[in-house]
Write a protein that binds this ligand. Structure first.
Ligand SMILES: Cc1cc2nc3c(=O)[nH]c(=O)nc-3n(C[C@H](O)[C@H](O)[C@H](O)COP(=O)(O)OP(=O)(O)OC[C@H]3O[C@@H](n4cnc5c(N)ncnc54)[C@H](O)[C@@H]3O)c2cc1C
Length: 423
């Protein structure tokens, strides 16, 4: 190599470095730093926890249940197989929770509403005016920034003293005296949890299934939807994303959920190719509308739902049309004016179980009632009630159904929830 060749090479290298750095700094606008503090024994694969309340599933109902249990004084652990809180609200991208109001007034409040309200306020968004009855039910759903919502949920867990375990799920449950022993796995982690109460918020009542209590599932389920945006960048908290119906989507197990995700993504790739539009946003997984529901100590029928039956042990209102999605789409059937359905505590208790309660779309209900009950505000209402019932049961050394209902009701009210028949 001659000197001049060497100089040329060096000049080219310097130019590449300078331009390379400039290009990189254009691509990555800024870098900031933060340090994750892990425990000194973080490399140990075996972990144990002794808690009052274990919440499994940190989705729409689960994080509310955990925050409530923590706030009410229970030592609480939440195990979530994904990487963030919020479930269908955040990871599924269905970031327009509803309905918190009915016929001109707010009927669901509490922790779910606190989170929705605070994320909208932080995002500079707009809250609906609940004193106005909208022409179409969906007009009072609350456009929420899914990213802020997920982070605020973590912050509220931390403030309530709730420990979060991501990337883990229960593999086995056994009874150990008056406790549960729940063995969870995650990558590089085996966690043994001893707890007094379990709240199953997995969407499809997976722990209820693991324990062998009966669950119901329809032969043909409502389609799932993959949320995405082609063409232009979405504005979180201001709009709904595009939806792709994934017919046959089934969240019953990892194999069926994998098929749903592969099918959805393949179809979105085809759309991008066909339209020539840029893919600007894609949620990480399919949103699933329906899988298993529990057979509870009572079952909410569509007649209970549409007639606005007020159960003696009602822990939350619910409000949404009967909303069954099929192969041809959905034709919501609005409730009659003045009707506001309620959810009884017994619909959250798997029949014949002790020290176990569910919250969320797996609530014991017939299919049509469930198509309305499954929406987010009512899932949050159920989550908060489950958090209270499990905490009081853990403190009293009993099962949720043996806690005097008046105590559950008054603690719910104390924690900001609206309870049917409150005054
Ligand atoms: C496409 C679509 C549109 C919808 N539209 C609306 C709407 O407009 N308004 C509205 O209010 N509602 C809407 N819904 C309904 C509502 O979003 C859901 O019914 C509700 O969010 C379900 O809440 P959940 O807590 O029961 O389950 P999810 O929010 O799904 O939470 C379940 C959580 O459990 C975790 N999990 C599951 N199994 C395990 C396990 N074994 N171990 C650990 N973690 C586990 C999951 O990762 C997830 O985080 C829609 C739903 C879908 C899918």
């Amino acid at each position: 190599m001659t000197d001049s060749t060497h100089d040329n090479d060096r000049r080219n290298f310097l130019q590449r470095s300078v331009f390379g750095t400039a290009a990189a700094s254009l691509a990555i606008a800024s870098t900031s730093h933060v340090t994750a503090q892990t425990a000194h024994d973080a490399a140990e694969p075996e972990v144990t926890n002794e808690v009052d309340v274990l919440v499994v599933g940190g989705g729409t109902a689960g994080h509310v249940a955990a925050i409530q249990a923590g706030r009410a004084g229970a030592k609480t652990l939440i195990v979530e197989r994904g990487s963030q809180l919020g479930g269908t609200t955040t990871t599924g991208g269905v970031a327009f929770p509803g309905l918190f109001d009915a016929w001109g007034k707010q009927v669901i409040a509490g922790i779910g509403w606190e989170l929705v309200r605070e994320s909208v306020e932080l995002d500079g968004g707009k809250l609906p005016n609940f004193s106005k009855v909208p022409q179409r039910h969906w007009q009072n759903q609350v456009y929420t920034n899914q990213f802020l919502y997920a982070i605020l949920a973590e912050e509220k867990c931390a403030q309530a003293g709730v420990e979060i375990a991501y990337y883990e799920f229960p593999q086995a449950i056994t009874k150990a005296g008056d406790h549960w022993q729940v063995d969870c796995v995650g990558f590089g982690t085996r966690r043994r949890v001893r707890c007094k109460q379990i709240i199953d918020c997995t969407g499809g009542a997976e722990l209820v299934g693991l324990l062998g209590f009966p669950r119901m599932r329809e032969e043909e389920r409502q389609p799932g939807s993959f949320l995405y945006k082609l063409g232009s960048a979405p504005s979180p908290g201001r709009e709904q994303l595009h939806r792709l119906y994934v017919h046959g989507a089934d969240s019953s197990n990892s194999r069926t959920a994998t098929v749903a995700n592969l099918t959805g993504r393949k179809s979105i790739l085809e759309k991008a190719r066909k339209t020539g539009q840029r893919l600007m946003h894609l949620q990480p997984e399919t949103g699933f509308r329906e899988s298993f529901r529990i057979e509870g100590e009572t079952m909410i029928t569509v007649n209970d739902y549409t007639s606005g039956r007020i159960f003696d042990d009602a822990i939350s209102y619910a409000f949404y049309p009967v909303d069954l999605h099929t192969k041809t789409g959905v034709k919501p059937k609005p409730l009659q004016r003045g009707k506001v359905p309620t959810i009884p505590l017994r619909a959250l208790i798997p029949k014949g179980s002790r020290n176990l309660i569910v919250a969320g779309r797996c609530v014991s209900s017939d299919r049509l009632a469930n198509s309305g009950l499954r929406v987010q505000a009512s899932c949050m209402g159920m989550g908060q009630a489950a958090g209270i019932a499990a905490t009081l049961a853990a403190k009293a050394g009993t099962t949720p159904l043996e806690v005097p209902f008046a105590e559950i009701k008054s603690l719910l009210i104390e924690h900001g929830q609206i309870v049917p028949g409150q005054v």
